[in-house]
Ligand binder design. Structure first.
Ligand code: FE2
Length: 321
């Protein structure tokens, strides 16, 4: 794909290059026209998706956010899985798609190549994508993400609420908790934050990119939704991550309130060295991440698409991390 011949971004102007990263941007794209995102292609992708690389979540009754349960697709075909999502309160997140299927890897490479053509200074690493298929009216609660993020709408409509990436909406210790423990969804939220939110409606052929770490939440309209999430790291984002983890360790393990968020200089280097030294300790991010994953306790019901069947309880003793 090239920025001039068959661009992914169809309404890009030079101003967008200047605004990118600094301001929320809603841009037009053509990924929803790709055969890789047809219902049939997605069904076949789901059918062959490794169990360890997807999350299937049942959201429980409306309004009860703590009742999220993790499940598996069981013996349903990909088409039936999508039908179940369309009729239930379920979402499936196909993670690391580019590692699972080379065609999506090529698609994402094309997107980043085009961004690099349009913004020569945009040097990214560890680019990733996920495909999120979610039920009508499904919600993603208030959270922020550590890497650079964009949301591409493929099917259905949703509303994205975006908040400033500054206190009180985002506090340094929120980023630290996420960096160390992966607690994205536990960010403090107040209903009055809504007065400061900007809402963006997204339909197929639109995508959003927003400033780093900007908190957001999402509400689906009353229809099946398919979205692609895209993430990337840059040198700058990686350095910020080192600061977040370093400050998290200072605050939560050593009882020191971190004073600096500098991404260079002696303090930064000390944090980087400390993390290398502590990399495999059990309370670092990796260990915490494993610990926090809920057990798989349901499968989709083939006879009643949209409903779930409880799996027998397994007495899982906590794995050593
Ligand atoms: Fe997010």
């Amino acid at each position: 794909m090239s920025a001039t011949q068959n661009p992914v971004f169809t309404d890009w102007t030079p101003q967008h290059a200047e605004l990118f990263k600094h301001q929320p941007l809603r841009l037009a794209h053509r990924l929803h026209e790709s055969p890789l995102f047809s219902r049939a292609a997605l069904a076949s992708l789901i059918e062959n998706y490794p169990r360890k690389s997807y999350n299937l979540v049942h959201m429980g009754p409306a309004g009860q956010r703590r009742l999220w349960r993790e499940g598996e697709i069981g013996d349903l075909s990909g088409t039936e899985v999508i039908d179940a999502i369309e009729n239930g309160r379920i979402w499936i997140n196909l993670r690391d798609v580019r590692k699972i299927d080379r065609r999506y890897d090529e698609l994402l490479t094309g997107v980043f190549d085009e961004l690099k053509q349009r913004m020569p200074d945009f040097d990214t690493e560890n680019q990733g994508m996920g495909i999120l298929i979610s039920s009508p009216k499904a919600q993603v609660y208030y959270h922020c993400d550590l890497p650079g993020q964009a949301l591409w709408q493929i099917m259905g409509r949703k509303r994205l609420y975006l908040y400033p990436n500054t206190p009180p909406f985002l506090q340094p210790h929120d980023l630290e908790d996420i960096a160390l423990f992966g607690h994205e969804i536990d960010m403090p939220y107040q209903p009055w934050f809504e007065e400061h939110a900007t809402a963006y409606d997204l339909e197929p052929g639109q995508m959003m990119h927003w400033p780093l770490n900007a908190p957001h939440r999402v509400e689906n309209f009353d229809c099946l939704n398919v979205s692609m999430t895209m993430e990337y790291w840059t040198q700058e984002i990686r350095r910020k991550h080192i600061v977040n983890v370093g400050n998290a360790i200072l605050r939560s393990r050593l009882g020191v309130t971190p004073k600096s968020r500098a991404t260079d200089g002696p303090g930064f280097l000390a944090k980087a060295v400390m993390q290398k030294a502590l990399k495999n300790r059990k309370w670092t991010m990796r260990g915490a991440e494993k610990k926090g994953r809920p057990p798989v306790d349901f499968r989709l019901d083939r006879a009643r698409l949209g409903q779930i069947v409880d799996l027998p309880k397994v007495d899982a003793s906590p794995a050593a991390v």
